[in-house]
Design a protein around this ligand. Structure first.
Ligand code: GLU
Length: 322
């Protein structure tokens, strides 16, 4: 049987907080509990948002938490490089295959035009409902737009059939790509490869068999599955874990400085207390006792991880800080 391979995929766009620690701890436990390998991949594909010092901080914070990995940017491995910023030629090769198969088209719509077209308020690479404006442009129209100096993004001509998969935490899922935003970008008009393509190519080429990540990324999964299938790469198993919310019900984010792992560490919080709390929330450490990630391995199961988002009340935070 294929040995399980999980992955930790931090984006160096901010300091890791308790919500990141939760998702990464569960990804690590899910792989290690099956005797699997773990790789760490830096998702620094977007040069405008990624910062090298935050990449170093992410690795340091994950190690502080007690996680380890068999392959990664700092330790190398069979599928190096493990930072997306160094993998451009692999993404371009995948894109060229999709282009050669007639599965892509150039899109000249500007962000402003997309905003005007979209009925939904949220317009970006991850969620804009794209109405297919440039799908049917003739070659003459394309040349004319290029001659005007317009830069083209590249979009996938999305298959219409629904994508089905069973999520180990959220249960059976069925999505059409139209409902996930329609034809999505594979490369932005500024030349940056889109998250969906980079992640699908990386998971495929790196032999990832299990993806455990936050529930907020669930709508990306059918897009990544579609890409993996079109590229003839194996599709991993997926588990989308609930999000951690603050006491007001807001999703933990970079603005929650007090819950950055670095901040907790600097305040003298023991990483084992963090792991103990997260283990309790995951249903594998009922007492919440402070312990190391490997102490949870025999008790961990994705089956006990709740589906619904989890509010961190004052008692949770006291368990960390008091
Ligand atoms: N890099 C993303 C993050 O840090 C995770 C993406 C993924 O797991 O596919 O939130």
């Amino acid at each position: 049987m294929l040995r399980c391979c999980g992955r930790l995929a931090p984006s160096p766009t901010g300091l890791l907080h308790l919500g990141n620690a939760w998702a990464f701890l569960l990804a690590w436990l899910a792989a290690r509990a099956q005797g699997g390998r773990v790789l760490l991949r830096l998702e620094d594909i977007d040069p405008q948002r990624s910062q090298p010092d935050l990449a170093a901080a992410a690795l340091e914070d994950l190690r502080w938490l007690g996680l380890d990995w068999d392959a990664g940017p700092d330790v190398g491995g069979p599928h190096a490089p493990y930072a997306q910023s160094g993998r451009g030629t692999l993404y371009e090769a995948a894109l060229a295959r999709l282009e050669a198969a007639g599965l892509t088209y150039p899109c000249f719509c500007t962000r402003k035009e997309l905003r005007q077209m979209a009925a939904a308020p949220h317009v970006d690479d991850r969620g804009a409902p794209y109405p297919g404006t440039c799908r049917g442009l003739s070659e003459t129209q394309r040349q004319a737009l290029l001659a005007q100096g317009r830069h083209a993004a590249v979009r996938l001509r999305c298959p219409e059939d629904p994508i089905d998969f069973v999520d180990a935490v959220q249960g059976p899922q069925r999505f059409t790509l139209a409902a996930c935003g329609g034809d999505f970008a594979l490369r932005r008009s500024d030349g940056v490869v889109a998250y969906q393509l980079a992640v699908a190519v990386d998971d495929g080429l790196m032999g990832v068999t299990q993806v455990v990540r936050g529930r907020d990324i669930l709508p990306s999964t059918p897009r990544q599955i579609a890409l993996l299938r079109l590229l003839g790469m194996p599709v991993p198993a997926y588990a989308h874990v609930p999000l951690l919310l603050d006491a007001a019900g807001e999703r933990l984010a970079k603005r929650h400085h007090s819950l950055a792992l670095r901040e907790l560490r600097e305040r003298g919080v023991d990483a084992r207390r963090v792991v103990g709390l997260l283990g309790r929330l995951a249903g594998c450490n009922p007492s919440g006792a402070a312990l190391r990630p490997q102490d949870l391995l025999t008790k961990f199961s994705l089956a006990t991880v709740p589906r619904a988002d989890i509010r961190l009340d004052a008692a949770c935070l006291r368990a960390l800080i008091s």
